[in-house]
Design a protein around this ligand. Structure first.
Ligand code: UD1
Ligand code: MG
Length: 456
């Protein structure tokens, strides 16, 4: 059955102490509500209706890539009132999945399980048993325990009801037509003076509807964020999950508690990742890749048998097989390393391709350059790619040898097997096999005397 989704995200999130709406706080590098939208998209929803209240401009900017129906709830009069704001978009023929915007770790599999329960019931409720259910809506069942008859909010519950450990997660699936009818009947004569969505359950039960439940694998999936302490707790839970996935896929992690994936990480077999590495965007590590301590890898591919040494930063780059990078290397966008290339400490690269076996081992800037196979770039080499207005390219041939502390003023071409004397400032193309030296000649002045201190 087709799904319409309603995400409740109008609450202010006062306890976040933030000018950013609560649901935009990131978890695993993605705003909480975006993570929920991504999960829902895995299910293939007909429409996603976002009930919002605070921070409209910020929300609309942050979520602009999504196809959403924006449902303003100007005043937060309760979760039932919130769903009412989406009523015009609810297709009576659809199953309607209601989610809360501040419980970001819900899994698609759990929602599929709930949807499967809904296939044989009029209402499917996601519930969970908590050791401490304080503050939550309690699930009331009939004497047999099989049928749910109501949800009672903590503030409205009797002492006996407060003993119930099974709580409402806020996630449910109902028939569109039923839901629309029940929303019309909601009242706010309760302890909080709110229109509770949860009251529809008693209405359903009164009409003899079947109300069945499903449970998530872990309670953390439905845990809400109210403050930054909760956010940090869920972030760690998410990262531990990411760490487990990486380990099960073939990576040894020096410490799963010091490992952060803010995107999609794919690992091959026998990968080793040392502590404090952060992976952002889409990152792929081949077999036998080793990553040293404190590395940041964003949107990059690292092929088999490559070693990234400690404290390296790799952004929008492609690193080939059996390369060696770092420590302290920075590969900026458009860096491409062919097989067996080496980039050492304090080397920065941008829009530059290193040919197979080429080396830039120390203290170098390579920007807008193409470096041939087995070329050796000496320490302190700079491609002067920017004249203050335009960027120009440097081409370095295969087997070229660039002496230390050379400046290659682009546009310039250094031929195959050419050699550049150390300390050269190269402004003209150098032909294949030639030696170019472009620096003042060393002079020796004999009989020269050092200055002496003048007496006054
Ligand atoms: C709600 C449930 C409770 C459940 C708990 C799970 C009701 C009445 N109670 O309680 O049974 O155990 O969630 O966390 O539904 N929201 C709006 N507009 C509003 C009010 C809330 O959009 O007017 C949104 C909030 O932003 C939040 C979600 O709805 O994302 C839940 O609201 P919250 O105030 O946290 O409800 P609880 O009191 O926790
Ligand atoms: Mg809550």
């Amino acid at each position: 059955m087709a799904l319409s989704v309603v995400i409740l995200a109008a609450g202010k999130g006062t306890r976040m102490q933030s000018s950013l709406p609560k649901v935009l706080h990131p978890i695993g590098g993605v705003p909480m509500v975006q993570r929920i939208i991504n999960t829902v998209n895995e299910l293939g929803a007909n429409s996603i209706n976002l009930v919002y209240g605070h921070g409209a401009d910020l929300l609309k900017t942050a979520l602009s890539d999504n196809a959403l129906n924006w449902c303003l709830q100007a005043e937060q009069l309760g979760t039932g009132h919130a769903v009412q704001q989406a009523a015009e978009y609810i297709n009576p023929e659809d199953d309607v999945l209601v989610l809360v915007g501040d419980a970001p770790l819900i899994k698609a599999d759990t929602l599929r399980k709930l949807h499967a329960v809904k296939a044989n019931a009029d209402v499917a409720l996601l519930t969970v048993n908590l050791d401490d259910p304080t503050g939550m809506g309690r699930i009331i069942r009939d004497a047999s325990g099989d049928n749910i008859t109501a949800i009672v909010e903590h503030k409205d519950a009797t002492e006996a009801q407060r003993e119930i450990a099974e709580i409402n997660t806020g996630v449910m699936i109902l028939n569109g037509a039923d839901l629309l009818g029940w929303l019309d009947g909601l009242e706010n004569n309760n302890a909080q003076g709110e229109f509770y969505l949860t009251d529809v359950i008693a209405m359903a039960a009164a009409q003899g509807k079947s109300i069945h439940s499903a449970q998530p694998e872990s309670a953390v999936e439905v845990e809400g964020v109210n403050n930054r302490v909760h956010l940090a707790k869920l972030e760690r839970a998410l990262q531990l999950d990411n760490a487990q996935q990486a380990m099960l896929a073939g990576a040894t992690l020096a410490d799963p508690a010091r490992f952060d994936v803010r995107g999609e990480l794919t690992v091959g077999n026998d990968v080793f990742i040392d502590v404090n590495c952060v992976f952002e965007g889409t990152v792929t590590l081949g077999n036998n890749v080793r990553i040293g301590q404190n590395c940041l890898l964003q949107h990059c591919t690292i092929a088999d048998d490559t070693v990234i040494e400690a404290n390296s930063i790799i952004q929008n780059a492609q690193v080939g097989e059996a390369c060696q990078v770092g420590p302290y290397a920075r590969l900026r966008p458009g860096s491409v390393l062919s097989k067996k290339a080496k980039v050492g400490n304090f080397v920065e690269m941008k829009k530059t391709t290193l040919g197979e076996g080429a080396k830039a081992n120390h203290l170098t800037y390579l920007g807008d350059a193409i470096v041939g196979a087995n070329a050796n770039i000496g320490a302190g080499t700079i491609t002067c790619n920017y004249d203050g207005v335009n960027k120009s390219q440097t081409l370095i041939g295969a087997n070229a040898f660039i002496g230390s502390n050379s400046s290659l003023v682009a546009p310039v071409t250094i031929g195959d097997t050419a050699t550049i004397g150390a300390g050269s400032v190269v402004t003209k193309d150098v032909e294949d096999d030639a030696l170019a030296i472009a620096r003042a000649k060393q002079r020796h002045l004999t009989g020269w005397e050092r200055p002496t201190k003048k007496m006054t």
